[in-house]
Design a protein around this ligand. Structure first.
Ligand SMILES: *[C@@H]1O[C@H](CO)[C@@H](O)[C@H](O)[C@H]1NC(C)=O
Ligand SMILES: *[C@@H]1O[C@H](CO)[C@@H](O)[C@H](O)[C@H]1NC(C)=O
Length: 332
């Protein structure tokens, strides 16, 4: 059992706890919130003894836990993760881990010095059907390209249209569609094909000054990946990888329900490769199971692999943001 604490009391934290508890490998022991009231309110949902912290420093030094799941607002990730890592605890950090590569570098450095892990929570790459997609890539022979899509209208955009500036669409709070949602597609590309040679982003700008969505082209040695991601429109366009010996199609890039292989020699035939996906309310269970395994076995190789994905993603998002003038406060 890994006793853990949480920072951030939103729905995503509740989802992580549900997934974590379903693995029987994790035990929620402490809850942090700046307000004792909301910490108590959140903890009351669980039928177990839970400590309350209202200071990050006391959470970081709480001897009853060995890991902390962090899902505070994006612009606090770095500060919170730093303090928890310095306290010698493993950190599972919601995406996007940090605003830029320098901060990420620093966090990985602290984790190594303290002998603990920093893992950015890209849940989708641990899903059963994502792994099936990846495992079948060799079947395609030479890769010709891929199209990865994730567009989901955010109700916060309604507020933005009324003249408000929700954090998620606010560059002052390290927001924007690329870093908030595009990263799912970028992480998928990096996990499937490695770090791209180049990247170019064509954002759709919104009145808050942030990108609401856009088209991103990742260039690899002999092919390119086109990503369309958005928080201001919906899309049902599937994602696919195509090569000389066929095409692999998934309806979505997270919560993948099916994996279909299309053989160019067998027109009209569809080979279903996918397995039953995790239930919606436990869609963070697969990552929680993997992180527990990694921590229990102190699996350095796996952690190195995940570190590479995080570094590959931040390189793309930071480069694309800078090229488009989508600057966060510390970059101005
Ligand atoms: C890319 O294509 C060139 C020319 O066909 C080939 O020599 C090279 O090995 C390929 N690189 C990769 C990484 O597949
Ligand atoms: C992605 O965006 C580009 C640029 O807007 C567009 O031309 C392309 O059709 C889009 N692709 C998909 C699959 O939606």
């Amino acid at each position: 059992m890994i006793s853990f604490g949480i920072i951030g009391t939103g729905w995503i934290t509740a989802s992580f706890i549900a997934g974590a508890h379903a693995t029987s490998k994790w035990n929620l022991a402490t809850v942090y919130s700046r307000s004792a009231e909301s910490a108590k309110h959140f903890a009351a949902k669980y039928d177990q003894k839970i400590n309350i912290h209202t200071e990050i420093s006391s959470l970081a030094t709480d001897p009853s836990i060995s890991a902390v799941y962090i899902a505070s607002p994006n612009s606090y990730h770095y500060k919170h993760a730093k303090e928890i890592l310095e306290g010698g605890k493993h950190v599972i950090l919601e995406k996007p881990a940090t605003s830029n590569a320098k901060e990420l570098d620093e966090l990985f450095k602290i984790a190594k010095e303290k002998g603990v892990f920093l893992i950015e929570a890209y849940r989708h790459i641990h899903e059963v059907n994502f792994k099936i997609l990846k495992g079948n890539l060799p079947r395609l022979g030479k890769i010709y390209g891929a199209s990865l899509n994730y567009a989901q209208y955010s109700s916060r955009y309604d507020n933005a249209l009324k003249g408000e500036v929700p954090n998620i669409f606010n560059l002052e709070y390290a927001g924007g569609a690329l870093v908030d949602l595009g990263v799912y597609c970028i992480a998928a590309a990096v996990e499937l094909f490695g770090e791209p040679r180049q990247s170019q982003y064509f954002p759709v700008m919104i009145p808050t000054g942030a990108d609401g969505g856009g088209n991103l082209i990742l260039t690899y040695d002999n092919f390119s990946v086109s990503i369309n991601a958005s928080k201001i429109w919906n899309s049902e366009v599937p994602s696919e990888v195509y090569g000389e010996k066929g095409t692999l199609v998934v309806p979505t890039i997270t919560d993948i329900a099916r994996v279909v292989y299309l053989d160019p020699k067998k027109k009209g035939e569809r080979e279903e490769l996918g397995k039953e996906k995790e239930k919606e309310h436990l869609n963070l269970k697969e990552e929680a199971a993997e992180y527990a395994r990694v921590i229990e076995e102190m699996d350095l190789e796996a952690v190195k692999k995940y570190e590479k994905v995080s570094r590959g993603v931040i390189k793309v998002t930071e480069g694309c943001r800078r090229a488009n003038g989508l600057l966060f406060p510390m970059e101005k």
